[in-house]
Design a protein around this ligand. Structure first.
Ligand code: ATP
Length: 503
């Protein structure tokens, strides 16, 4: 699986999907650029989400708020005081780590040990193996399990109580070593705020400290009244937004899974107090349906309901996708009560209330939030689509089995040879289709090589122009996944393709 992940990263670079940022200067950690095909795929994902929200719902509208916001916004939201990760340094390697991640990795290692014991025993005892029995009676497994449970409990308590000294003590007691230096020379644990700060204005008496937004949601909350009034919105209603967010992540790894500059698609749905849990359940199902509709396989997704909730939330779940490195959060769905709007009312001194004509009262609406990382979604789609196949002749191919609606290029038009008017005929077909579908023309190399290139970027259809085309106005259409070819008349192409590139 790890191998597959490495191949996927290499593929993204080789075929123009994702490049390390500023690569000629050796890159910038956890920052990436999208290439010519990556940007198309990303735009298609954003369009699929945007239309799913704003086109299919009468009561959801979009906005595009600025990245810079008044600094008090982040006081009110709690980010200045509490958007922190616990950080620890190793004195020998001078490397920084997230204390919680070090402990989580340690717990994962114990889990692996247990799994290995179980697997070994399963092999040994074959059909008669009873896993539950083995777990409860095998002394080695019981010891590991007890050790794991004890650390887990201390860890959960320390995180809850924000007890930084205890986090350090767990690292010491578990004899966790620095992955780089291999030593246990740890500093104290301290809180590290994840927001990037910069200065706005340049007056001598001091510029204003502003932040790069760590989430897009606050742009929606501060515009609640603007949108509600100007759009004459009635509760329940939602506001959607797509935009960049920035977090100074300490552990930057796993490619575009955890970036310092990334993009979010968020929708805040405003409801009557007391109705939020019913709406939470509805959005939870609706969002799962949206993911599964992409067709990568229902079993690749699962919910992870939160047991421990943020102080302002009364329900929360993640939609996780099975990445090459395990099930990971792609989207979060949270019932945030009226926390954000109340905080902004308090800090701004402006009344942020909604008058519900049906009930005849005013209240601070409650909020259900759906929040999804575009880059994580992008990674999940690519991981699900990336396929290596061995063909009949022993040859192999790499193909991105992307849902046709998301594919960067929908079809390639390929003249079998350049001469005898075939290239001109191909150009003609290209001009006929290019206004409705993103097309590519390719006349270089053998037809087989051209097919492989299109497979590698996920183009669902290749149209080949040959000598028969010149006689009877038919072409060959080749389907990416099955590699089957069909002879069709040129005037049917538009219909065939438009039929299959919508979700
Ligand atoms: P994690 O626990 O993985 O750090 P989170 O719970 O902090 O994520 P949220 O604050 O709920 O994430 O953000 C909503 C969504 O934004 C996440 O589901 C994820 O898809 C995306 N996201 C958050 N942080 C990053 C990041 N550093 N890089 C890419 N996407 C991110």
């Amino acid at each position: 699986q790890e191998d597959l992940f490495k191949k996927l990263i290499a593929h993204c670079k080789e075929y123009g999907f994702v490049f390390p940022s500023s690569e000629i200067y050796d890159g910038l950690s956890a920052v990436y650029d999208y290439g010519q095909y990556g940007v198309e795929l990303k735009n298609n994902l954003k369009r699929y989400w945007w239309d799913g929200m704003t086109l299919l719902h009468d009561n959801i509208v979009g906005i595009d708020a600025a990245i810079f916001m008044h600094p008090t916004v982040w006081k009110a939201s709690g980010h200045v005081d509490a958007f922190n990760d616990p950080l620890i340094d190793n004195r020998d390697s001078k490397k920084r780590y997230r204390a919680d991640v070090l402990i989580e990795d340690h717990l994962a290692k114990i889990d692996e040990k247990i799994s290995r014991e179980v697997e070994k025993a399963a092999k040994k005892f074959g059909d008669s193996f009873d896993e539950a029995m083995f777990r409860s009676t095998n002394p080695r497994v019981a010891k590991h399990q007890a050790e794991r449970d004890a650390i887990h409990e201390r860890f959960a308590n320390a995180m809850n109580a924000n007890d930084l000294a205890e986090l350090r003590q767990i690292i010491i007691d578990c004899e966790i070593v620095c992955p780089l230096s291999g030593t246990r020379n740890w500093t104290d644990v301290r809180q590290f705020n994840l927001m990037f700060a910069t200065e706005m204005g340049s007056t001598a008496d001091g510029a204003m400290k502003v932040y790069l937004r760590p989430e897009t949601a606050q742009g929606i909350f501060v515009n609640f009244l603007n949108v509600q009034k100007t759009g004459r919105m009635k509760i329940p209603f939602g506001i959607a937004q797509i935009g960049k967010a920035f977090r100074n992540e300490i552990v930057a790894r796993q490619f575009i899974f955890r970036m310092r500059e990334f993009e979010q698609m968020e929708m805040q749905f405003f409801v009557r107090p007391g109705e939020e849990l019913a709406w939470f359940a509805r959005w939870k199902e609706a969002r799962m349906r949206w993911h599964r509709n992409l067709g990568l396989g229902d079993e690749k997704y699962r919910f992870h309901d939160h047991e421990k909730l943020a102080h302002y939330a009364n329900a929360a779940t993640d939609i996780e996708y099975e990445m090459p490195f395990g099930f990971k959060e792609v989207e979060g769905i949270h019932s945030r009560t009226n926390f954000d709007l109340s905080q902004h009312e308090k800090f701004s001194g402006k009344k942020i209330q909604y008058f519900d004509a049906e009930l005849g009262t005013s209240y601070t609406p409650y909020v259900i939030e759906t929040s999804i990382g575009v880059d994580r979604l992008f990674l999940s789609i690519l991981a699900g689509a990336y396929t290596e196949e061995t063909l009949d002749g022993g040859e192999s191919r790499v193909v991105l089995k992307l849902p046709p609606a998301l594919a960067p290029i929908k079809l390639a038009v390929l003249p079998l040879v350049r001469k005898d008017g075939l290239a001109e005929k191909a150009e003609e077909i290209l001009h006929m289709l290019r206004f409705d579908f993103r097309c590519q023309y390719d006349e270089k190399d053998s037809i087989g090589k051209r097919y492989r290139r299109q497979d590698a970027i996920g183009t669902p259809y290749c149209i080949t122009v040959d000598y028969d085309t010149m006689r009877d106005n038919t072409v060959t259409i080749r389907f990416r996944d099955t590699m089957e070819q069909e002879r069709v008349s040129i005037d049917r192409l538009h219909e065939i393709i438009s039929d299959r590139v919508s979700l």
